[in-house]
Design a protein around this ligand. Structure first.
Ligand SMILES: [Zn+2]
Length: 477
């Protein structure tokens, strides 16, 4: 029987990977095998170790990957899949491909740096510690990407076609509608990937994308994310709170450190900071965007304005490229990054990774967390088990590079920046469906979030909903 197998983002929010196996094709031969997303596991060791396991079907037998968007927890395992023998095409929208050109080599670079660090400090049980993949291997896999436009029907086999529709999560992000011919009948599968904010900028003021996820969907089988299945985002404009946090910090001689995903989230934040400076709501202090991919990320962000809201388009037109703003510095090389450590006056530092799981943010936090004049502001989801979650939880110390660093800096979080729909928004979107799916499987959520969303959907919509389990196979009937 054709089936879907959940190979990641089941019981957690990372490692998105769902295998569709048609088991046989129209001519009776071995079926078509497609991965929807191919993401890295991040966070606790228990999860990260799964990055080293083989796929249950050999990588060389997988025919294609269909990618929803360019966040690493959705695309970051592609270079490893290719390393293990996958030779098929990777289908994605053009903005997603452009972003992958930035984030995948960077991820390979980080993997190499981590392995080098473990070898230097002899802190791995493996000698030598190896990277999951290298920067070169990540660059190599980019050749297998193939662009597919939104709404274009792409036929991969006589019995298998798909179409990308808008997910409104980040630039280029999509949901995947699949049409599967089985024994003369046709099944429609919908994989949501990550779902963006549903409502307009009045209610979700941090958002960049205007459209909201495509409405009026229908599916026989729905595989849906549940990151915020137990949460409602604050409704207030984040700007006054952000302005106060920055002003208070600068007034006491401290600096603001913002861990943020380098692509889109960082740009969104930079535009808001620039706007606050221009309108005199915060002092004009130096801003450092410290990420090896910061400059490329700005260029991709400015290249794909087609999905931006009118407000964002106007802002981009008015303020121009962040690369030209006086007082805004983009640290590309490790040397540029190190120079920020010597800055003694108040400044704003935005650096990745967003969940403090690696990257240059570690150095900035190691240096600045012990000083109570400083402030750390989180503007993104912190997966349990990451350093970001530890710092955000109010812990007194956090382990960085094998050392316990005391946390005396102020810690704040602005949930309005979220690119994920909250529970109310998810239900609002589901209400636009043309009919009730036969089956809904919830993925990409911590157990509590997935279970609460299941309850809400059962109660409010009367749908049949299951929480997907890792490696579970479900038949496509
Ligand atoms: Zn995402």
């Amino acid at each position: 029987m054709p089936y879907i197998q959940f190979l990641g983002a089941a019981g957690t929010v990372t490692g998105s990977k769902h295998l569709i196996n048609t088991t046989y094709d129209s001519s009776g031969k071995q079926g078509f095998q497609v991965l929807i997303d191919c993401g890295l596991f991040q966070g606790q060791k228990e999860w990260r170790e799964r990055n080293w396991q083989d796929t249950p079907v050999p990588a060389r037998e997988i025919d294609a990957v269909i990618l929803t968007h360019a966040h690493l927890d959705h695309c970051g395992w592609i270079p490893r899949l290719v390393k293990e023998g996958f030779r098929g095409s990777i289908y994605a929208t053009q903005p997603t491909i452009d972003l992958c050109w930035v984030v995948l080599p960077d991820s390979g670079h980080l993997q190499e740096e981590d392995a080098a660090f473990y070898n230097k400090t002899r802190t791995s049980k493996h000698t030598p510690a190896l990277p999951l993949y290298t920067m070169e291997e990540a660059q190599e896999c980019l050749k297998q990407f193939q662009p597919v436009d939104f709404d274009q029907v792409k036929q991969l086999r006589p019995e298998f076609s798909f179409r990308f529709v808008h997910a409104a999560h980040i630039v280029g992000s999509s949901m995947v509608e699949i049409s599967l011919g089985l024994n003369g009948s046709n099944k429609r599968l919908l994989f949501t990937g990550d779902i963006g904010r549903v409502r307009d900028s009045q209610v979700a003021p941090g958002r960049v994308l205007h459209s909201g996820p495509t409405e009026g969907e229908s599916a026989d089988i729905l595989v849906m994310e549940s990151t915020y299945g137990n949460r409602v985002h604050p409704k207030e404009d984040p700007r006054p709170e952000l302005a106060k946090l920055i002003t208070d910090t600068v007034n006491r001689g401290g600096s603001v450190i913002v861990p943020a995903f380098a692509v889109e989230r960082t740009q969104k934040f930079l535009f808001m900071v620039k706007d606050l400076m221009e309108s005199g709501q915060i002092p004009k202090v130096p801003v450092f965007a410290d990420s090896p991919m910061a400059i490329e990320a700005v260029n991709v962000f400015l290249k794909h304005t087609e999905e931006f809201s009118e407000e964002t388009k106007q802002q981009v037109q008015k303020l121009g490229s962040p690369l030209t703003w006086p007082g805004f510095n983009f640290a590309k090389s490790p040397d540029d990054s190190k120079k920020i450590n010597d800055v003694k006056y108040p400044s704003i530092i935005v650096s990745s990774s967003g969940m403090v799981s690696g990257g240059r943010i570690l150095h900035h936090l190691m240096l600045r967390l012990p000083d109570p004049r400083n402030t750390v502001i989180f503007i993104g989801f912190q997966s349990p088990g990451t350093r970001g979650a530890t710092i955000k939880s109010g812990a007194k110390e956090v382990k960085i590079f094998g050392q316990f660093v005391p946390i005396r800096a102020q810690v704040a979080a602005l949930e309005q920046f979220s690119d994920h729909a909250d529970t109310a928004e998810l239900l609002e979107w589901l209400h636009t469906f043309k009919g009730q799916p036969q089956e809904t499987y919830l993925v990409h959520g911590e157990p509590d979030a997935a279970n609460q969303l299941k309850q809400a959907m059962t109660k409010e919509l009367g749908w049949k909903v299951e929480v997907a389990q890792w490696k579970e196979k479900v038949e496509i009937l």
